[in-house]
Design a protein around this ligand. Structure first.
Ligand code: ADP
Length: 502
């Protein structure tokens, strides 16, 4: 309708705004104002308006009052309602920055008392609606982002039942990229299709997914389980839930690699257990069976030395000494090996033992060596711990005798202490001896590994391997901190709690 038509419309010319109409507008909750399109002066505001603005602004410029501007608003709708949309209502939404509220405005040209055309605006406060809309949009966007970027596969389905309400199939309604990646199913191929069409054989699969899913969609609840899915030859961890009757969501994780490595670890552990048992058995049998012939060698060489002492020349005596020494060393080796092999098989159950008493016994055993070498032993008060008393004593004995054996020209000093840390007791046997090159700090705990020559420092190379086995059997750790010529600090831990699961 153009302006001429508007003016010619009897409805518009005769329907001039009168006081009764204006007083009716006062009753409305919405905000209403009438302004002069030439001067922008407010000619009328209703009660809703004065209530919202807190005063009556009649006579003031609409752009000043409504938008706190000094000239007409760039978004003013006058050009619509007085020109191309004359006679029509122009509806639009805006946020009023002065009041920080959202309004839906309905603007229209109407006839004023004096017959002039004026602007009529009715503004409904839609702030609440807008806020909900924003929240919804925001959560929709967040959901979409999560859906697309989540590290689990997600799919939404509708369950299908037979007439007895027994699940027989389901339909894919939506799925995210990870679901595609984990299953190899493509969204465009499966959307709105039945599972039995998309995954041939699903109904026969042992995991019985159709039933499991269908029951949850029918009866509610949720479930998380791991299963091997034959059609995809993969393992999955899946969570199923039903937010709506007959519908269900699934989040899946492909755990095939994890399962494979778990299986591998299990197999390796089993193999290790068997080979460990075999090794223990072998070490035990070998050392046990070697004792007898060795005893024979030792006793006959001693007899030889005793009975033929006068008839054997010096060279012969030297050979006999070598043989006796060899047999003696072999005896030690066999004894240590036997001890080593018995750690797991002949160990006692852990009980609370007093480490001070254990240490006193060991020091008493080593008294002669301690005296001969003038070793100074400083020991702090030690705690009570859950352990196999004999084996713990063995650890102290090996570490202390090494600390004495691997001394340098200084008088040997050994400090024995223990600290509590988190869930364990950390014991330390520190010496001021020859020290160890840090590059060998792991190697020395391996059986038969020795760093020094036998003539200077006798030994079998089994002592620390025994310590390590004992400590490990107690679920503890053992390590050394040392530098060459700087002494050594051997640490080992014993858990505070009795975990006698050995
Ligand atoms: P052994 O004492 O019979 O040689 P161990 O298994 O007890 O065997 O020790 C392995 C090696 O670790 C030793 O040969 C030695 O080289 C080194 N070692 C152990 N304890 C100490 C120590 N307190 N100071 C320096 N070196 C040590």
């Amino acid at each position: 309708m153009d302006k001429a038509n508007f003016d010619n419309n009897p409805l518009n010319t005769t329907t001039k705004t009168n006081d009764l109409q204006l007083s009716l507008l006062d009753e409305m909750e919405d905000l209403i104002y009438i302004s002069n399109p030439e001067t922008y002066e407010l000619l009328f505001v209703n009660k809703g308006f004065t209530d919202a603005w807190g005063y009556n602004p009649i006579g003031e410029k609409c752009y000043k009052v409504l938008q706190n501007r000094n000239k007409p608003c760039p978004f003013c709708t006058n050009h619509y309602i007085f020109n191309e949309e004359i006679g029509k209502t122009h509806v639009w939404e805006l946020k009023n920055e002065v009041r920080q509220r959202w309004y839906r405005c309905s603007d229209k040209a109407i006839r004023w008392h004096d017959g002039s055309l004026v602007r009529f605006e009715l503004a409904s406060d839609i702030t609440k609606l807008k806020e909900t809309e924003f929240l919804l949009k925001d959560s929709k966007e967040k959901y979409q982002m999560l859906f697309l970027s989540m590290s689990e596969g997600f799919a939404y389905h509708e369950a299908i039942y037979d007439t007895n309400k027994h699940p027989i199939d389901f339909i894919y309604l939506d799925l995210n990229p990870k679901f595609e990646e984990f299953t190899g199913l493509k969204k465009e191929n499966v959307l709105n299709k039945k599972a039995t069409e998309c995954i041939p054989g699903i109904e026969k699969s042992k995991s019985n997914l159709i039933e499991k899913f269908g029951f949850i969609a029918r009866d509610g609840g949720e479930s998380t389980f791991e299963f091997y899915f034959e059609p995809f030859k993969s393992w999955y961890n899946i969570s199923v839930f039903s937010p709506e009757k007959n519908f269900f969501g699934t989040t899946i994780e492909n755990i095939t690699e994890k399962k494979k490595s778990e299986q591998k670890i299990k197999e390796t552990l089993e193999e290790l257990k068997i080979s460990n048992q075999e090794l223990e058995q072998f070490a035990y049998v070998a050392s046990h069976d070697l004792q007898e012939p060795l005893r024979m060698i030792s006793s006959f060489t001693s007899l030889l030395k005793k009975n033929y002492h006068d008839t054997i020349d010096e060279k012969g005596k030297m050979y006999i000494d070598y043989a006796t020494d060899g047999a003696f060393r072999m005896q030690n080796l066999i004894n240590d090996l036997l001890d080593f092999s018995r750690i797991s098989t002949r160990g006692e159950k852990s009980k609370l033992c007093n480490c001070n008493e254990i240490l006193d016994n060991i020091l008493a055993n080593l008294q002669q060596t301690i005296n001969e070498t003038k070793t100074v032993i400083n020991n702090k008060k030690l705690p009570n711990v859950y352990a196999d008393q004999i084996q713990l004593g063995r650890v102290f004995q090996n570490l202390i005798s090494n600390a004495i054996k691997f001394r340098d020209e200084k008088l040997p000093t050994i400090n024995i202490s223990c600290e509590e840390k988190d869930n364990e007791h950390v014991f330390c046997v520190a010496d001021n001896g020859i020290g160890i090159d840090p590059k060998y700090k792991e190697k020395i705990f391996v059986i038969f590994q020795r760093l020094n020559n036998r003539a200077e420092y006798p030994g079998t190379g089994i002592g620390l391997a025994i310590c390590k086995r004992i400590v490990n059997r107690h679920k503890g750790r053992i390590w050394v901190e040392s530098e060459i010529n700087q002494g050594s600090k051997f640490y080992f831990t014993i858990p505070k709690h009795n975990n006698d699961e050995r």
